[in-house]
Design a binder for this molecule. Structure first.
Ligand SMILES: [Zn+2]
Length: 204
């Protein structure tokens, strides 16, 4: 992964760059990355905060992570604090209300006010719940009040952007929403047309 300042323009994955997209929660303290050392940490940690983030925000953020886009072939390990010491090569997990998903291999999109799009790695859930990372208020507000994953509004925003995403279904399996694929009814229509064409060809 890489480290980017919160609210800086999103440039990480070239085929997922869209106008108005900004970074949130891109934290990488790899010693190999000179931009990611503690003194210049570009994000805000508030381990002492007396005000925990609302449970509703955590629940909704998990739903965003269960509906992720820009999937990578590999995955990124958390390298903050105790996680860095463990050095376990195990994909990080995010659990909420008894449901667990893997994180660190994809991104989420959250839609804010005035056309702003927040791009965060799914590891943001872990950074917030395990390490006290505090995202900007505008992002928290967008997660709470913006289009929610699984709704038509969210689907249309992602479709407009041309970003495919995977959505966790109730049965625990992922379903990919691919906007280039014809829908069920479009496939039926194409099949019917092909059948009619073959019939006409046979009749000669
Ligand atoms: Zn960690």
């Amino acid at each position: 992964m890489a480290s980017f300042s919160d609210l800086s323009p999103y440039l990480y994955c070239h085929h997922a760059r869209r106008a108005g997209t900004v970074n949130i929660g891109w934290i990488d303290l790899s010693p190999d990355d000179p931009a990611a050392s503690f003194p210049s940490l570009p994000v805000h940690f508030d381990l002492e905060s007396s005000e925990p983030l609302p449970a509703e925000f955590i629940e909704k953020l998990w739903q965003f992570c269960a509906c992720s886009c820009v999937h990578y072939r590999g995955f990124h390990l958390c390298n903050l604090g105790e996680c860095a010491k463990k050095r376990e090569f195990v994909m990080p997990q995010a659990t909420c209300n008894g449901r667990t998903i893997s994180v660190g291999c994809s991104e989420i999109r959250v839609f804010g006010k005035r056309g702003i799009i927040y791009a965060a790695p799914t590891l943001i859930f872990h950074y917030i719940t395990a390490h006290g990372y505090r995202p900007p208020m505008a992002f928290i507000d967008a997660v709470l009040h913006g289009p929610q994953p699984g709704t038509k509004g969210y689907f249309l925003r992602m479709k407009d952007l041309g970003l495919d995403y995977w959505r966790l279904r109730a049965n625990g399996k992922y379903k990919m929403t691919c906007f280039d694929e014809p829908s069920f009814w479009q496939r039926c229509w194409i099949r019917a047309q092909n059948g009619a064409r073959r019939l006409l060809e046979r009749r000669g």
